[in-house]
Design a protein around this ligand. Structure first.
Ligand SMILES: NC(=O)c1ccc[n+]([C@@H]2O[C@H](COP(=O)([O-])OP(=O)(O)OC[C@H]3O[C@@H](n4cnc5c(N)ncnc54)[C@H](O)[C@@H]3O)[C@@H](O)[C@H]2O)c1
Length: 248
């Protein structure tokens, strides 16, 4: 994999998909910045990586706050000398029927999933353009196609796809690619907590009949981050077991 010695900042990487992606990138020789809002989990993750001799630093920052994002990017470049790969992974969801959703549900979901990706991309922009090299990988979701009960999340992730396409158009001649990975059902602790009947329903809609794993997403991110894959930009790579073939 062509990510050796590249510097990768992965937002929301003290947990789940982001953490596994960061780990796999570190194992493949990248220098990693673990970002999250939770100090204890950032410290714990950094410690785990360091124990394996991996190149890592931790940055606690709320990606919805411009000042915190800019400081994180500056400190990343200050420590590692570069920022080559940005994975806008941090995300969350407030779900519910349209009539039950609050304005706060909408605002936080849009802020974390969409505004956060915008602020981080903007903060990375000058450095990536200046070095004529960069990879921006945004973690969208198959749900951007639309999901009942997912108005804020589907809208935010559709926005992430739109943002990615704009980044690809604006930065294509500057050596920077921008792509989305759109996960479907991924095996995380949240899945284990679902009632059996919900699990059965969701699995019935999977053409492959199974869940994905965090490694499936990490593989896709690393593919798009690879130095050698500079001719792929503005795309949505679904990693969802074929679920994107159905609507709803
Ligand atoms: N797990 C799935 O099945 C699935 C499916 C489709 C898409 N996704 C997307 O994948 C991404 C990762 O999901 P996950 O399942 O690993 O979730 P997760 O909850 O395990 O990890 C998300 C991390 O983001 C962090 N975070 C939240 N708000 C933040 C903020 N303001 N600033 C910095 N960090 C913040 C959280 O603290 C958490 O550690 C998300 O964008 C999610 O929407 C996940």
């Amino acid at each position: 994999m062509g990510i050796e010695n590249r510097v990768a900042l992965i937002t929301g990487s003290a947990s789940g998909i982001g953490k596994k992606t960061a780990y796999r990138m570190a194992q493949n020789g990248a220098k990693i910045v673990i970002n999250d809002i939770m100090l204890d989990k950032v410290e714990e993750t950094v410690k785990e990586f360091e124990q394996e001799g991996l190149a890592v630093i931790g940055k606690v920052a709320d990606i919805t706050k411009r000042g915190e994002v800019e400081k994180m990017v500056e400190e990343t470049i200050g420590t590692f000398g570069s920022l080559d790969i940005l994975v806008n992974n941090a995300g969350m969801e407030r779900a519910g029927a349209l009539r039950n959703l609050t304005e706060a549900d909408w605002d936080i979901t849009l802020n974390v999933n969409l505004k956060g990706a915008f602020l981080c991309s903007q903060a990375a922009h000058n450095h990536m353009v200046g070095q004529n090299r960069g990879r921006i990988i945004n973690i969208a979701s198959r749900a951007w196609l639309g999901g009942a009960g997912q108005a804020p999340y589907s809208s935010a992730k559709a926005g992430v796809v739109g943002l990615t396409r704009v980044l690809a158009l604006e930065l294509g001649r500057k050596g920077v690619t921008a792509n989305c990975v759109a996960p479907g059902l991924i095996h995380t602790p949240l899945w284990d907590e679902l009632p059996d009947k919900n699990k059965a329903f969701l699995l019935s809609k999977q053409p492959t009949g199974k869940l994905g794993d965090v490694d499936d997403i990490a593989n896709a991110v690393m593919f798009l981050a690879d130095d050698e894959n500079g001719f792929i930009t503005g795309q949505v790579l679904y990693v969802c077991g074929g679920r994107s073939l159905y609507s709803g």
